[in-house]
Every structure is written in structure tokens, then in C-alpha cells.
Design a protein. Structure first.
Length: 283
């Protein structure tokens, strides 16, 4: 994946939690294991560190307590650690740690991607697989990642879903004119060339012909869609877009749609490596 993509979206698309999640979990597991160790020396070290915690912020226990601050039920966890008792892992991870890690997605629910140029809101509203209500379950990943697709199709789909493409809403960041207006069809009313515009509203002849070829995807969802008018004129709600995209044959349509919109465009700015593997924070 490429540099324009937000790390939070890449992690969720691939079914991974942020690095901080695994650090928290490992730190608590280590603390619990030290409490039940067979080593008398290690038990004395842990007890000495617990005794030192009220007087020194540099000891390991104090640092553990500092990162617990802000979690739901942090007061209970602080008392548990100070008393030298083990933290219940399942409750800590599902009810508290995952709740903190997913706070960024709760914030994006308040942002409408139709009115705000926000990558996280766009991904969350239109593309992301919803989190399971059972917080013990892992993050669900989209179906296309399990399919035997060509590298070209896989790349096109992921770039479209993660806004690592050259649609004008993204390319405006490095284009000289900085315009987000769709330029596929001369004389078309000025509309921001973003994902939902390419999917449903662009009136370019080639795009319309592609939609007619995949009309079986559109007809069950959009009453105004027809062979005579293979585009929409009225805005649709975000949930309808979200429900439309996971259809089984949509992966081929999305790939061909990307081919139409990126043809002849400079891809160099979109093809810079992402910083996810370099330890940069998800935000």
C-alpha cells in the first residue's frame, strides 16, 4: 500500500490491531506471569518494584500504571496492580483495551464523507467491514483478500478502498491546480471526483458503458438506474453505498473502474511507500 493511505485504515483492512494493542497485552501478560513465577528471586524483585512505585516514576510498575490511565475501569486496575494481584486478561483486552484502540473509529462516525474530505470517515462509512459485536472476535477482513485474484485486480481494489488512488479528490494534493472537480467528461456539472462519484454519478461515456455491463450490480440497489440512464442524479445515503460494495462480482467492476480513471495519469505521487512498517504512529 502507498503513502497517501492512513495507517489506521490499512490495519483494519488487513485485520490487525495497532502495535500499541499488542504492547499493552504483552505488558499485562508479563506482569501476571511474574506474580506466579517459581523463582523466589523474581518474586522478591517484583515485590520490591511494587514497593518502589509510590516513590519513583522510573520503576517498571509505575510505568505500567501510567499507561493504564485512561482505560475504562483504570482505577480498578491500578488497585489490582498495587495490591500485587493478577489482572483478568479477557476483561482487560475486550472491555477496555479494544474500546480505547477503536476510539478513532467512534470519532469518524460523526463525520459525513459526503461533506468532509476525511479519509478515515470515507473508509469507515463506505468500505470497512463492521466490527463484531462480540469484542473477543478478531477484526473481519473483506472477502477479496481471501480470493485468488491477479495482482493487478487486487491492487486496484485495495487502492480504491483505501484511497491510495489518483481520483481528483486525492490527486489534488499534488496537482498544480489543486482541483478536485471531475474531468472525465467535458461539460459535466462540477462534482468532486471521489469514490462514490466514480461509482454512481460520473457521466463519462466509458464509465457509463462499464456500469451498463455490470447493471446487475446496480439495479437491486438503485431504482433510478437503467440502461438509458446508467448513472444517478440524486445523492444516496452512506449505508446504501456500504451495502452495495461487498457484492460478489463488484471486485471486477471496481478494478475496471480504476483502470478507466487512472489511465494516462501520473502515478508517481501515489506510488511512494507508506510509513506503516517504519514505526510511525497510526495517526
Amino acid at each position: 500500500m502507498k503513502q497517501p493511505t492512513t495507517n489506521w485504515a490499512v490495519l483494519r483492512e488487513c485485520g490487525h490491531e495497532p502495535l500499541q494493542f499488542y504492547w499493552y497485552r504483552s505488558a499485562v501478560k508479563l506482569f501476571n506471569s511474574m506474580l506466579i513465577t517459581n523463582s523466589d528471586t523474581l518474586r522478591r524483585v517484583v515485590q520490591a518494584d511494587l514497593n518502589l512505585q509510590p516513590r519513583s516514576s522510573a520503576c517498571w510498575t509505575a510505568q505500567l500504571l501510567s499507561v493504564i490511565q485512561g482505560l475504562r475501569g483504570c482505577e480498578l486496575y491500578v488497585r489490582t496492580v498495587q495490591a500485587g494481584h493478577a489482572i483478568t486478561m479477557q476483561e482487560f483486552i475486550t472491555a477496555n483495551l479494544k474500546h480505547r484502540m477503536r476510539g478513532v473509529w467512534r470519532d469518524t462516525e460523526l463525520v459525513d464523507p459526503n461533506t468532509h474530505n476525511n479519509k478515515l470517515a470515507t473508509y469507515h462509512s463506505w468500505f470497512a467491514i463492521p466490527f463484531s459485536r462480540n469484542e473477543c472476535m478478531p477484526i473481519n477482513v473483506p472477502r477479496y483478500l481471501h480470493l485468488d485474484l491477479s495482482k493487478h485486480v487486487m491492487r486496484n481494489i485495495s487502492r480504491f478502498r483505501l484511497r491510495a488512488h489518483t481520483l481528483k479528490v486525492e490527486a489534488a494534493m499534488w496537482l498544480e491546480d489543486g482541483s478536485c472537480v471531475c474531468d472525465q467528461r467535458l461539460g459535466e456539472d462540477e462534482h468532486v471526483q471521489k469514490e462514490v462519484h466514480a461509482l454512481l454519478f460520473c457521466q463519462d461515456h466509458q464509465v457509463c458503458e462499464l456500469r451498463k455491463h455490470f447493471s446487475f450490480l446496480f439495479i437491486p440497489f438503485f431504482e433510478d438506474f437503467s440502461a438509458a440512464q446508467p448513472f444517478l442524479l440524486q445523492q444516496v445515503n452512506n449505508q446504501l453505498v456500504h451495502d452495495f460494495l461487498p457484492q460478489q462480482n463488484n471486485r471486477l467492476f471496481l478494478s475496471e473502474l480504476m483502470d478507466l480513471f487512472v489511465a494516462g495519469r501520473d502515478q508517481s505521487a501515489a506510488d511512494q511507500p507508506i510509513n506503516l512498517a517504519e514505526g510511525h504512529p497510526p495517526l
